[in-house]
Design a protein around this ligand. Structure first.
Ligand code: BGC
Length: 768
């Protein structure tokens, strides 16, 4: 224990590391664990020493840069914030990176503030810190929970070595709207899969011991409903009913809380008419009361301030009051708490107990992170140098990336590629080393991913016959997190070269899609086809050579009707991170047999959005030919282009007959085993994601046509048959019913097992 003020030191003596022993093994805890009494006592003792200003300081969070490691220009915001930091009026900061910087600021705060309470350093480590991983949406297509956990663990290890203790991830927002730019950051449209992935990621970031210098606190965000912003427009309002909130949106949050996610973040949007940041139904009734959650709630960036725009409070003071009363502990960047909480407490509008509770939660988190024991344990330049972009980390990224790829079409078996073929590589993303890094690229440097071209070249070797043409530009303006993108909509001057190269090749790889900053925060789109002149380029190239493999790099489902109708092979590679090109080459050459399956439906056109597999039936679901008056569009089929759960392999899998161990579930602890034989009919070993769905045929409220209830990623050797079985228990059939209580309802259920959500063969059973 070093550098801690003697008084705090005395208080924390005895707390030791006891607080860090979380139960984070693989068994799913049934109850959210409570904070150790000892830690609470220690937090209380510190609370007793704190002035009101110091307490409010712990609830105040700023974004700071490297300039904040010393005083800024006189009178500037930086100087004011610097003084507040040294006065103990800031409890945590975001966006300050690097062991050296974080060490320097921590030292000043610990040594110069009256109580020396250490800061928490936070950052958006969403899909990697320096070693970039696939976008979370891409990773989710692997359905490989262990690997996603490992990916988060590597990100945590790198971030922690750079002095960080807290990531604002995972985003666990379910979304059914591909127009929304932030779908890239989530796990797709399904709450069940979303819950499991949320838990895997939390476990990955936090590990078994939050106080270890290899792990960081995670944050389940955005609470709640951000994925349902109207028309997919970022920051928009949300109109959703309470049953949908309970059954579709909240499960991943609740399950993240069950594995002790250290923090929650508010959503920008309103929920049931009230801004989420001031929403006591969400924050007090659901989170604290129903789920017993004891961790910290942080606002989103200025989301306390934005309550004024929402129009439920008159001014920032009103917003501060509503937010603290509702249960938002930390104010990120609104300056609402720092400006008004003191006055609100002194004039008795806000009870001091609310402040004490919130501060206590922040102090407990600091204890759990081990910061009182050693505030500098994370920042370690030597470790940082060794850890970032290490060969081991890159290897995990490559494996994660190749498992995230989804083969959407392979009609003429252009893949795996016969290495002797003459190949043309065409498209604005073919040599792009930036797009694959993705939008939340944390500390990665621009233009550092392995490009498609580099990956293919190194896989095919020096003698490979690869020609290249860019074909067209994609993004022509500034390319960064903050600026609007400008897309090339007119310049086709590169087309003729591309056509010439294509006509000389035996196989053409067209590498098209979205630049990194076309999906992500503030990047919603109303048209979700290939942007710019790319589709025109594809059509021109198609005229001269039909042997095309379309390699897509994008951050959301796209509309690909023409592409699907005409192009024989389509590979969805998303934005795959640092090792993108190598991972894609692994799949193209057959080194890795693709096994990813979509976690969001791909619409045929944007008019179908929102489109998702687990929709309700409606009163007129008929699809009988010739009918007019049923639920449909007159100009497009009801089905998506590619459904949830869909993805091909180089192997060919055949499903046998579905078998049920019995026809009825009689009691609470009763169970039915459903099983199926899955055979690999091909000559290639492969992995198949076998999916279990049910349909509750009659409910007290309208019920989804299908709900995912289980899956298994099974390795099946060439020619082999494997039995895959799942156990269904009554608890798997529970949901929030008409009266908003959670439980089952007796009746008939369909059960289906298949290769995607489009599976149609079913058997039925009853729940008595
Ligand atoms: C985003 C959050 C993010 C925060 C801090 C906000 O704009 O909505 O997801 O964690 O910024 O960077």
């Amino acid at each position: 224990m070093k550098h801690i003020k003697p008084i705090i030191f005395a208080l924390i003596l005895g707390a030791g590391m006891a607080f860090s022993c979380q139960n984070n093994d693989d068994s799913e805890p049934k109850e959210i664990s409570k904070s150790d009494d000892k830690i609470l006592q220690k937090a209380d003792s510190i609370l007793g020493l704190m002035t009101l200003d110091e307490k409010i300081g712990q609830l105040n969070q700023y974004s700071v840069g490297a300039e904040m490691t010393g005083p800024g220009d006189k009178g500037s915001t930086s100087q004011k914030r610097y003084e507040m930091l040294l006065n103990g009026e800031v409890g945590s900061v975001l966006n300050l990176l690097g062991a050296e910087n974080t060490y320097k600021l921590q030292k000043q705060v610990v040594e110069q503030s009256r109580l020396g309470i250490p800061l928490i350093f936070a950052y958006d480590v969403v899909h990697g810190y320096k070693t970039m991983f696939p976008l979370p949406l891409a990773e989710s297509c692997s359905w490989n929970l262990d690997l996603m956990q490992q990916s988060a663990a590597v990100a945590a290890k790198e971030a922690a070595s750079a002095g960080l203790q807290w990531t604002f991830a995972p985003m666990v927002d379910v979304s059914v709207d591909a127009r929304w730019g932030r779908v890239m950051e989530g796990a797709g449209e399904d709450p069940y899969l979303g819950s499991l992935i949320a838990q895997a990621r939390v476990k990955g970031f936090q590990g078994n011991d939050l106080s270890s210098n290899n792990t960081i606190a995670a944050c389940a965000k955005h609470f709640a409903g951000y994925g349902f912003v109207e028309s997919g427009k970022d920051y928009n309002n949300v109109n959703i009913n309470k049953h949908e909130l309970l059954n579709r949106i909240l499960p991943p949050f609740k399950d993240a809380a069950q594995v002790d996610v250290a923090t929650f973040m508010n959503a920008f949007n309103d929920m049931l008419g009230i801004p989420s940041t001031g929403n006591s139904y969400l924050l007090r009734e659901k989170l604290r009361q129903d789920w017993g959650y004891e961790g910290v709630v942080v606002s989103d960036w200025n989301s306390i301030g934005e309550m004024v725009n929402h129009g439920t409070v008159e001014d920032l003071k009103g917003a501060a009051k509503e937010a603290i009363i509702a249960g938002s502990d930390i104010d990120m960047e609104a300056d609402a708490y720092s400006k008004y909480l003191k006055e609100l407490v002194e004039n008795k509008t806000v009870d001091i107990s609310l402040i004490n509770e919130a501060v206590s939660r922040v102090l407990v988190l600091k204890y759990k992170l081990g910061l009182f024991e050693d505030p500098y344990k994370y920042a370690d330049s030597a470790r940082e140098n060794k850890e970032l972009l290490s060969q081991e980390n890159l290897a995990v990224s490559r494996e994660m990336a190749s498992e995230s790829i989804v083969l959407l079409k392979n009609e003429t078996n252009l893949l795996p590629l016969n290495k002797k073929k003459r190949v043309a590589v065409i498209g604005p993303l073919a040599k792009d080393k930036d797009a694959p890094l993705g939008n939340w690229r944390a500390a990665a440097q621009s233009n550092t991913a392995v490009s498609f071209y580099e990956g293919l070249k190194s896989a095919l070797g020096q003698e490979a016959m690869i020609s290249y043409a860019k074909g067209c530009d994609l993004s022509i303006g500034p390319n960064n997190f903050f600026d609007e993108l400008e897309i090339n909509e007119t310049d086709k001057s590169g087309f003729s070269e591309a056509m010439a190269k294509a006509s000389n090749a035996e196989v053409v790889f067209m590498v098209l899609g979205e630049p990194a900053y076309m999906s992500g925060e503030g990047r919603s789109r109303s048209n979700i086809g290939l942007p710019g002149v790319q589709l025109d380029l594809l059509k021109e190239v198609y005229k001269v050579n039909k042997n095309i493999v379309l390699v897509l790099m994008n951050g959301r489902p796209l509309t690909l009707e023409w592409e699907h109708e005409n192009i024989p092979t389509i590979l969805e590679t998303w934005h795959l991170g640092s090792e993108a090109g190598n991972a894609i080459a692994d799949v193209i050459t057959g080194q890795v047999n693709p096994s990813g399956k979509l976690t969001m439906s791909f619409p045929r056109n944007v008019g179908q959005v929102p489109i998702y597999y687990n929709h309700k039936t409606s009163g007129r679901p008929s699809t009988a030919p010739g009918q007019v008056f049923y639920t449909h569009h007159t100009d497009v089929d009801n089905s998506p282009l590619f459904p949830f759960g869909f993805g091909l392999s180089y192997s060919e899998f055949e499903y046998g007959e579905l078998k049920l161990s019995k026809k009825a579930l009689e009691a609470e602890n009763d169970s039915i085993v459903v099983s199926i034989a899955v055979s690999n009919k091909s000559k290639v070993d492969g992995n198949e994601i076998v999916q279990l769905y049910i349909q509750d045929e009659v409910g007290s409220i309208t019920r989804p046509v299908k709900e995912l209830k289980g899956f298994e990623k099974v390795a099946i050797a060439a020619g082999e048959t494997k039995q895959v079985s799942f156990t269904i228990k009554p608890e798997n059939l529970a949901y929030y019913r008409r009266d908003f209580t959670y439980g089952t309802e007796p009746g008939s259920f369909k059960v289906l097992i298949g290769a995607s959500s489009a599976v149609s063969n079913y058997k039925t059973f009853t729940l008595k």
